[in-house]
Ligand binder design. Structure first.
Ligand SMILES: [Zn+2]
Length: 1018
């Protein structure tokens, strides 16, 4: 099941999908816009410019005069009329009055206007009282303006007068410069038709009530001017569509200047539901509320609340449209007709919008519903966090194997193979909840200021599984996703341990941490487990590229978070409320106290030494870092071996204080490879903890005693290495001596280097590499440049016969990243003591290195010392239909041959380079004996040792065949070489017939050079 829920890293181009509802514009005959509800607005109703100013404009001198007398007064002017729109200040006594009552109040008001005549500039016959009331001892009087006996709409002169006849505020909205003919120019019947222009007017049922239609003067204000129309008010009564308007038609030019909707908007409730499966694909479909969904009513945008409800204000039957596009989720079904709804809402009538098979696919509905549900759950956990308050894009694809993935940059989610039946991904909510968990990890860490998000993919998967598990309180992630209902994708109920069950596949590895939290959930309670997991994530943001360290951080941060909850006192020295349960749960998966002790270990590895006299002091630090658990490491020991761990000796370490221990390995003779590691008992888990160089793949510390470098090659000027072998299958990515080029990629396991950009040598650029090229940086080029079969490189022969306990050492880089999966790349090392006639395997490995890593082996563990010692590296990459199963490359640099003796012998090793090997070839020659001959002749190379070098080439490349030519240059016999250095020709041709007496030539080719000898058959 390892390949399920592969976290793919996809870059989704987010195209803004905001829906611009293009409403059909309706205009009157003189180009006035008719609003969606049928009304026609005055310019000022649509203007954002308020045209109020504190600066006096036209009547400034009048205002200054007024203010000189009443310095505390403040004013806001109407920027168009120049009149004080509202003014107030210290109350002003109206002269001649000391109090007001019902009978004198109008007199008082007009007296005030008269006493400030210059400011008001209004005569009483231009005013018509419309309001007079007393509330809490304050009188309010309000007048409309009258022009030649006709009321001017939207005007007002207002005064606020106290019982002591003092004015405390006033406002003037009055037009002094109206200049208008007051006799209508068009007929009333004409005006009636204009009144309903642009409305769906039913002549039989609807009518215009104009008989009492009054004349008014209507000021039409634009941004900086005002014009006036002589208008007739007509009531357009339209029972056919439940609409009613007041129209104001200009009686001079027939323009409709204003039309008011007389039916106030009606609050109309809409509920949205959709048919979804709540628990699994086997659930009966039920209609559930669709929250946070976008609706367009009359072109206006609304969102449903969490319960799928929304109230819209409409005055008439209005179009409603929607798609599965909401505040927190948007569902797109690739290549299919997407969910779409259109309908009509009537004012005051509850409207139910149902998503069903008629307007959507059940996959779209299910994902929309569950994505919202996941969002609501998150907000319930953490109402303050805004991390998930974004429009999550959920895309459904039918192509591919059933799977799902989260984009670890944005948090968007994709489903593949949606209509497959081998695994029901879309209708298994826990699959979406798992992916939503990834989105939370990504976005919450970013919200917490960690720009790269959560890095460790094992933790990413653990927390994604926990999101699914804790949302549903169901440990089976992918519950009922399979046709076989007993099968599940993953199970949080497990006994997986660190590092025993680590295999580098993040879903697998994540189950260790997921399992620990689930065990904790079982011994505590659901609400607490939900709280603890979320707030440990949020407060601690535990993470590390190294999975062991990341798990350790989760352990410690969980304890810290726990101490801030319930009875916690935020003091870790005295334990935490649930520390017992947390430690037990994590220890069940070996990521509790044992891992903590392992990670607390400190040691500087003992270096290679020439000292063969004194014991070797090994010092190290080990402690129990969980301070409130009052125990020290027990049975602290050092283990060592001088025979490659065949036999081991253990020593009790001595405690020196400060968590420091030491033990002494006795002195050893030259040529010892010392391996050692430490151990201690952790009382928290009651387990022994081992401390080595690599805790994941137990690798002991090592040091060499009494070794010296006998030969070294940094591959900068190296010659003599043989590239290729007849059994090689690779046609691309073969070993070569070159400058490596950086090849790196974002893989499912993170950012990985396939080929490093530099060699290992401190001063140099070159090394042995399988395809020293980045393939042009394209994926195709990278693939073409990786070994697609076996490729071999063979060292020149080394004379190590004079060495003691020789060691072959080299630096290795080995990448091995799963691509389509299958066989990983393999790196094989072999040695020969007889120049390549026979090979012995030293190592065959699939374990990639993190970086350049030193590797060495004692030669005599595999072959005898000789003067023709060779090393061979075989690298194999596997493909399926030409596609790499793994992205794998191998590199070798800085080889050394170490010896445990001094002096001349070492020099021999150093001097035997390829040049000498090539010299061997040059001096090679063929000898024949006897010559002349009668029955047969023995053909041999005259230098046995050097010829054996050729033999390697011979067997490797079949370069050399020994050919017998006649004097006319015709090949009469081809002698196939065997591994013997001598060949015999029995004077027959290739057909087996004895050739005639005479002169013949024996010829062969070594390194492109022909060597020949004349023979005489008698
Ligand atoms: Zn995942």
């Amino acid at each position: 099941m390892g390949k399920l829920f592969i976290t793919i890293v996809i870059t989704i181009l987010v195209i803004s999908n905001s829906v611009l509802f293009s409403q059909t514009e309706k205009l009157t005959s003189n180009n006035k816009l008719i609003e969606a509800d049928g009304s026609i607005l005055l310019p000022a109703q649509k203007s954002v410019n308020m045209n109020l100013t504190t600066q006096p404009i036209k009547s400034e001198q009048n205002w200054f005069d007024f203010q000189a007398k009443n310095p505390s007064w403040k004013v806001f002017f109407n920027g168009i009329t120049g009149m004080p729109h509202r003014a107030f200040g210290k109350p002003i006594q109206v002269n001649g009055f000391s109090s007001v009552n019902e009978n004198n109040i109008e007199e008082v008001a007009l007296a005030f206007i008269e006493q400030n005549r210059k400011l008001f500039n209004i005569s009483p016959d231009e005013l018509k009282l419309r309001k007079k009331l007393q509330i809490n001892n304050l009188w309010t009087l309000s007048y409309s303006q009258i022009y030649q006996g006709i009321e001017v709409l939207l005007t007002e002169v207002e005064l606020r007068i106290r019982p002591d006849a003092k004015v405390m505020a006033f406002g003037i909205n009055f037009y002094k410069d109206i200049n208008l003919e007051i006799v209508p120019a068009i007929s009333q019947s004409k005006a009636k038709e204009i009144a309903y222009e642009g409305l769906t007017f039913d002549n039989k049922k609807d009518q215009v009530l104009s008989d009492e239609g009054k004349l008014f003067i209507l000021p039409v204000k634009t941004n900086n001017s005002v014009s006036f129309g002589l208008v007739r008010e007509m009531i357009v009564d339209m029972p056919s569509s439940n609409q009613k308007f007041a129209s104001y038609v200009d009686m001079h030019n027939g323009e409709i200047l204003w039309r008011r909707n007389l039916i106030a908007n009606v609050e109309t409730s809409i509920n949205v539901k959709g048919g979804v499966k709540l628990v699994s694909r086997l659930s009966e479909q039920t209609d559930e509320n669709f929250g946070n969904l976008n609706l367009l009513v009359n072109g206006q945008s609304y969102y449903t609340d969490e319960n799928g409800n929304v109230t819209v204000d409409i005055s008439s039957a209005s179009p409603i449209t929607s798609s599965l596009n909401g505040k927190y989720a948007k569902v797109v079904y690739d290549g299919q007709t997407n969910a779409s709804f259109t309908g009509t809402v009537s004012p005051g009538e509850p409207f139910n919008l149902l998503w069903s098979n008629n307007n959507s696919h059940r996959f779209e509905r299910t994902l929309y519903y569950h994505a919202n549900h996941a969002h609501s759950f998150y907000k319930m956990m953490d109402p303050v966090s805004k991390a998930m308050d974004f429009q999550l894009s959920v895309t459904i694809y039918n192509y591919g194997q059933p799977n799902a993935g989260s984009d670890l940059e944005q948090g968007n989610i994709s489903f593949f193979g949606a209509n497959g039946t081998s695994l029901y991904v879309v209708e298994t909510p826990s699959v979406l909840y798992h992916e939503y968990g990834h989105s939370i990890n990504t976005r919450l860490y970013k919200e917490m200021g960690i720009s790269q998000g959560m890095v460790n993919l094992a933790c990413h998967e653990a927390l994604a599984d926990l999101n699914a598990g804790l949302m549903t309180d169901q440990p089976k992630v992918g519950y009922l996703a399979f046709p076989d209902t007993n099968e599940t994708i993953r199970n949080l109920v497990n006994t997986r341990k660190y590092p025993a069950n680590i295999n580098g596949e993040s879903h697998n590895d994540g189950q260790i941490l997921g399992g620990a939290f689930w065990d904790l959930r079982k011994v505590t309670n659901l609400d607490y487990a939900r709280w603890l997991v979320h707030y440990t994530k949020k407060m601690g943001t535990p993470d590390d590229e190294n999975t062991g360290i990341a798990f350790f951080e989760w352990f410690i941060e969980t304890l810290i978070t726990d101490d801030s909850h319930g009875d916690g006192d935020n003091d870790m020295s005295n334990g935490t409320p649930y520390s017992k349960e947390i430690i037990e749960s994590f220890n069940k998966h070996d990521i509790g106290t044992k891992l903590a002790m392992q990670l607390s270990f400190e040691h500087t590895p003992y270096g290679d030494t020439q000292d063969t006299e004194n014991p070797y002091k090994i010092q190290f630090v080990v402690r129990n870092p969980i301070t409130f658990l009052n125990y020290e490491p027990k049975n602290v020991k050092l283990h060592y071996s001088n025979d490659g761990l065949k036999t081991k000796t253990e020593l009790a370490a001595t405690y020196l204080g400060n968590d420091t221990y030491e033990a002494y390995i006795p002195a050893m003779p030259k040529g010892t490879i010392m391996k050692y590691y430490m151990s201690a008992l952790d009382e928290g888990s009651n387990q022994n903890v081992y401390f080595s160089k690599d805790n994941l793949n137990f690798k002991p510390y090592e040091f060499l005693i009494g070794y010296k470098v006998g030969f070294t090659d940094d591959f900068e000027n190296s010659t003599g290495w043989i590239f290729g072998d007849p059994s090689d299958a690779a046609t691309g990515g073969r070993w070569e001596l070159g400058v490596p080029q950086l090849v790196a990629m974002q893989a499912s396991t993170g950012y990985v280097v396939i080929q490093p950009g530099t060699d290992h040598s401190e001063n140099g650029t070159k090394c042995l590499v399988t395809g020293a090229s980045n393939g042009g940086g394209t994926q195709q080029g990278i693939i073409a440049n990786m070994p697609n079969g076996k490729t071999t490189v063979i060292s020149p022969p080394f004379d190590i016969s004079g060495t003691e306990k020789p060691i072959f050492s080299y630096y290795r880089f080995f990448s091995n990243v799963p691509y389509i999966g299958g066989n990983p790349g393999s790196f094989r090392t072999l040695v020969s003591s007889n120049n390549g006639d026979n090979w012995v395997q030293v190592e065959l490995t699939n374990n990639p290195t993190d970086d350049w890593e030193k590797t060495y082996f004692p030669i005599e563990s595999f072959v005898q010392k000789s003067n023709r010692f060779r090393v061979k590296f075989e690298f194999t990459g596997y493909r399926y239909s030409g596609i790499p199963m793994y992205f794998a490359e191998g590199l070798v640099d800085d080889i050394e041959i170490l010896t445990a003796n001094d002096g001349a012998n070492i020099t021999d090793v150093q001097n035997y380079t390829l040049r000498q090997a090539q010299d061997d070839i040059k001096t090679s020659s063929i000898s024949v004996s006897p010559n002349p001959f009668v029955d047969f002749v023995t053909i041999s190379l005259n230098e046995a040792e050097s010829s054996s070098f050729d033999k390697l080439r011979m067997t490797s490349f079949k370069i050399r065949e020994i050919l017998i030519f006649d004097i006319y240059g015709k090949i009469i016999k081809t002698l196939k070489p065997n591994n013997s250095k001598n060949l015999i020709w029995d004077a027959t041709d290739d057909n087996g017939n004895t050739v005639s007496k005479g002169i013949y030539f024996v010829r062969t080719q070594i390194e492109g050079k022909y060597i020949s000898e004349k023979i005489i058959l008698e």
